[in-house]
Design a protein. Structure first.
Length: 335
C-alpha cells in the first residue's frame, strides 16, 4: 500500500511513520513536510535509509507541489500537517489559516483528482470547545472552537465533511486528545516541564493550573490510526482519547515527583486568553465498532517519555537554542 503522510517530520507524524514502517512490511511511505519550526528530520534519522520511506520537502498549501507528489499514485493520505500550537495561533493566526484550512483544501482537491482511496484527516478534540465540570464530547457534539488554532481545525473538518458529502471522497476524520511521548517539541506542556526541570528552570503554569486535559501516549494514538486505516468507515468521525484526565497542576507535580525535582520550580503566570477549561472525550464509538483498546497507562507512558528526554538531550537541546529562545522569552516575559 502506498501512503502519503503529510507533516511527518512533526511529533505525531514521525511517531506514526516509525510505527507503521515497523508493522507493515508492504507499506511504502512518502512524507511531505514543509519543515516549519516544528518539523525536524532528526526525529526520523532511524528510518531515513529505509527503502520504503521517502521524504519530500514541500507545502501542502501549494497546488503544484501537491499535484506533483500525488502523480506518484497513493492509496491513502494521512494529513497530520498543521500549525499545532494554540499559543502561537493567539500571537498570529495567519499561518494557521494558510496551512490548516487552505492546505487541507488543496490536499482534498488533489485527493479527489488523483483518485485516492482514503483521506484520513487528523483533527483534534479542541474543535468541540470547552466543557464545564460534567460530561464528555461525542462525535455528535457541536463544533464550538475557542482559539484561532481550534477554529482553523474546525474549518478543515467542515471541508473534509463537504468533500465526502459533495464528491463522495472517502474521508475519515479523527479527533484526538492531548498526545505526549518522544519527539514532542518542547513548547508543549509535558516536554516543556521535563526539559525545564532537567535544566532546573522555572515551570510556567497558566492561570490557576486547574484546566483539565485528557492525555494519551502517542503510540496509542498511532495504533488507533493504523486500525482506522484498515477498518474505519469513510464518512465517519472517530474520537481517540486517553481516558486520563488531570489538571495541569496535578500533572506538573506528578512529573516533578517522578523526576525528583522540587515543586518550587512551579511558577504561576498569566492565563492563556480564551483558555479552554476542560476537554474529555467519549471514545465508545472506536472501542465498540473497531475494538480499539488503550495499551499504555499514564504512569508507564510518562516514565518512558521522561526517560526518552533524559537519553536524547542532543535532540531537545538543539531545539531549545536559537529561535526557540526568542519565542520562549516572548511567551513567558511576565514571569
Ligand atoms: P507538530 O507541530 O509537531 O508537527 C506539524 C508538522 O507539520 C511539522 O513537521 C511541520 O513542519 C509540518 N507542516 C506545518 N505546515 C505545513 C505545510 N504547510 N505543509 C507541509 N507540512 C507542514 O504537530 P503534532 O503535534 O505532531 O500534530 C500533528 C497533527 O495532529 C496536527 O494536525 C494537530 O492538529 C493534530 N493533533 C495534535 C495533538 C497533540 O496533542 N499534539 C492532538 C490532537 C490532534
Ligand atoms: O487537545 C488536543 C490539542 O492538544 C492539540 O490539538 C494541540 O495541537 C496540542 O498543542 C494540544 O493543545 P493544548 O493547548 O491543550 O496543549 P499545550 O501543551 O499547549 O497545553 C496543555 C495545557 O497546559 C493547557 O491547558 C495550557 C497549559 N500550559 C501550557 C504551556 C505550554 C501551561 O500551563 N503552561 C505552559 O507553559
Amino acid at each position: 500500500m502506498k501512503v502519503l503522510v503529510t507533516g511527518g517530520a512533526g511529533f505525531i507524524g514521525s511517531n506514526f511513520i516509525r510505527y507503521v514502517l515497523s508493522r507493515h512490511p508492504d507499506w511504502e511511505i512518502t512524507n511531505l513536510d514543509k519543515l516549519t519550526y516544528a518539523g525536524n528530520l532528526d526525529s526520523l534519522r532511524d528510518v531515513d535509509s529505509c527503502p520504503r520511506y521517502l521524504f519530500v520537502k514541500g507545502d501542502i498549501a501549494n497546488r503544484k507541489v501537491v499535484d506533483k507528489v500525488l502523480k506518484q499514485g497513493f492509496d491513502v493520505i494521512v494529513n497530520f500537517a498543521a500549525e499545532s500550537h494554540v499559543d502561537r495561533s493567539i500571537i498570529d493566526s495567519s499561518p494557521f489559516i494558510k496551512t490548516n484550512v487552505q492546505g487541507t483544501q488543496v490536499l482534498l482537491e488533489g485527493a479527489r483528482q488523483h483518485g485516492v482511496k482514503l483521506f484520513l484527516h487528523i483533527s483534534t478534540d479542541e474543535v468541540y470547545g470547552s466543557l464545564g465540570t460534567e460530561g464528555k464530547f461525542t462525535e455528535e457534539s457541536p463544533l464550538l472552537p475557542n482559539s484561532p488554532y481550534a477554529a482553523s481545525k474546525a474549518a478543515a473538518d467542515c471541508l473534509c465533511r463537504a468533500y465526502y458529502r459533495t464528491y463522495g471522497l472517502p474521508v475519515i476524520i479523527t479527533r484526538c486528545s492531548n498526545n505526549y511521548g518522544p519527539f514532542q517539541f518542547p513548547e508543549k506542556l509535558i516536554p516543556l516541564v521535563i526539559t525545564n526541570a532537567l535544566e532546573d528552570k522555572s515551570i510556567p503554569i497558566y492561570g490557576n493550573g486547574l484546566n483539565v486535559r485528557d492525555w494519551i501516549y502517542v503510540a496509542d494514538h498511532c495504533q488507533a490510526l493504523d486500525l482506522i486505516i484498515q477498518q474505519g468507515k469513510p464518512g465517519e468521525i472517530y474520537n481517540i482519547g486517553g481516558n486520563n484526565n488531570t489538571t495541569n497542576l496535578e500533572l506538573v507535580k506528578y512529573i516533578l515527583n517522578i523526576m525528583g525535582k522540587p515543586r518550587s520550580l512551579i511558577t504561576f503566570v498569566s492565563d492563556r486568553p480564551g483558555h479552554d477549561r476542560r476537554y474529555a472525550l467519549d471514545t465508545t464509538k472506536i472501542r465498540q465498532q473497531l475494538h480499539w483498546k488503550l495499551t499504555t497507562s499514564f504512569e508507564e507512558g510518562l516514565r518512558r517519555t521522561i526517560q526518552w528526554y533524559l537519553e536524547n538531550e542532543s535532540w531537545w537541546r538543539k531545539i531549545k537554542s536559537g529561535e526557540y529562545i526568542k519565542y520562549y522569552h516572548r511567551m513567558y516575559s511576565q514571569t
